[in-house]
Design a protein around this ligand. Sequence first.
Ligand SMILES: [Zn+2]
Length: 662
Amino acid sequence: MPLPCDLLLTNAIVLTMDENFTLYPSGAVAITGDSIVAVGAQEGVANEYTAKQTLDCGGKVVMPGLVNAHTHAPMTLLRGLADDLRLDVWLLGYMMPVEREFVNPDFVRLGTGLACAEMIRSGITCFADMYYFESAVAEATAAAGMRALCGQTVLKFPTPDAGSYEDSLALTREFIIQWKDHPLIVPAPAPHAPFTCTPEILQACAALAVEFDVPLHTHLSETLFEVENSRKEHGMPVIPWAKKQSLFDAKVLAAHCVHIDEGEIRALKHAKAGVAHNPSSNLKLASGVAPVSKMLELGLNVGIGTDGPASNNDLDMFTEVHLAALLAKWMSGDPTTLPARQALAMGTRLGAHALHLGHLTGSLTSGKRADLILVDNERIHNSPKFTRDPDAVYAQFVYATKSTDVTDVLCNGQWLMRDRKLLTVNEDELLVAAREYAKKIDVFLIQREESILQKLIAIGGAVEEESFEVQVKAQVDTEAQVLSVLNSEALTIIRARHYHEFDAYFLFDDPAQGRLRYREDEFLNEKGKVTQVRARLTLTGPSREGEFGSVLLSRSRYIAPATQSLRFYREYFRPTAEREVEKDRRRWLVTFKGVEFFVNLDRLLTPARAGFYIEIKSRTWSRRDARDKAAIIAELLHLFGASADSAVQTDYVELTTNTSQN
Ligand SMILES: [Zn+2]
């Protein structure tokens, strides 16, 4: 007496992708409810089961749905926004400012809907996500009928969904409680990365994951820069540092792991952590290639991910599996490395294990959820077929099959696509809404790119608002006169400092933008040794605001600490020209006639100039105040032995020649 089942798939090449790579050239799969009840040779299964519905697969391949082990699904809405940039410029200069402005639950729901449509079309049934408003990601994913590990992002700075990391942790807890018993969604805390989180955040996220027995999704060792910084700051690379913060108390899914050594791979293995290898993203951002062969050899569960659609730029797992196989061969110089079926295992079973969802999905095994796809392997780029080598079908799949060959997708026992028609997502509606968002984002960025000030504010640069200064500068042949006045009773020294200053000035086509100065101050002690380094950005106004004889009134629009490298600012602001000034500066804060002034005595090193420049300056608040101070400055200048006639109207930038031209 045959057993009943809901759905019977017959006449298929069944790739189970189980531990033994069991393959049925003429196979069948029986499904009841959300689960697989039998997989095997056609005659066996078809005789054993009678189904409410039988589907003749017409000789297509039936295999587990692909597992996208790492993505940021809602970023479909930011695809193509900014490309060919370095990771920091891309992330801090473009993605994060746009996200701050636009990301809300509506954006996230729409972006996830688009991602689900794209992923279903390319045979993905399960993915690991990390984004903001993750509850909206979960809603849209569940509505599309897909399975996902949804990671709620936690960062040390404010995010679109939380003003502080304390809020973010509270939100994550709520999110986990809300979704933890859902049939398709597995919620998780997602501390973004060790360098964007504090030790407390890593510890709290791990504790949260342990408390609710859910996985934890994060980025580890993506770039060499990150690893070098970790060594510098913590005296160890990223994996041991994360371990020290108890991160691996949780079931970790670690994206990237590009720059890790064998010891770190063993540490990950010991912690039962999964890894998501993201070949396209790592190549496009020139991060490097993860040592996946070594990871696999040591028994790590390594899945394959697309990473976010703004850094890939698509969600096509066929490309990723293909690239993973090719890259591993190229890296080892050995074409037998990472054979096709192992690469495909990474895209399915190993990926599911990396997500800690291996008990649910990743292979066609009785008892697992019915997450499977039908693939047409008779198309022109996929023909002909050979039977001599049973592994040929895997090679065909990895090296020739395309995502567009996927015809049908079933997830959790529900059809998401039949004959290439999506059943749970309305693509047309989503595309219309996506175009509207793209228009708004375009306008926002176009406006921002027109203003250096807006760009500065966008990267969190503006901490001090505009200020006015009266100042004079004059050339003096020797320092003797200046020093003797400073040491006399004519004025009182409040503070004396000695610096080595390096300035890079960014100049722009439109002089109305002003110019941006990146300054590195090295504080020197009495012995001339560097005791401290400080970097700052100053945006100065386009022109002088006024003149009082030789004394000028100038405006500095914004001053902010420079938290990124000069290279970052150069790539972000793209100046038309750049000038360098290097000087030895002695600076005194003095009072003269009851007014505070800064006196700078500069020796120009670049461009090299004989003699010294003296600068006298003071903050001012009103035109009247400026005029009064200008009069005192003129007196002081005279005292220093520099007449008003010797005042230089040019500044250091004008003394320099172009050092670079973009
Ligand atoms: Zn990522």
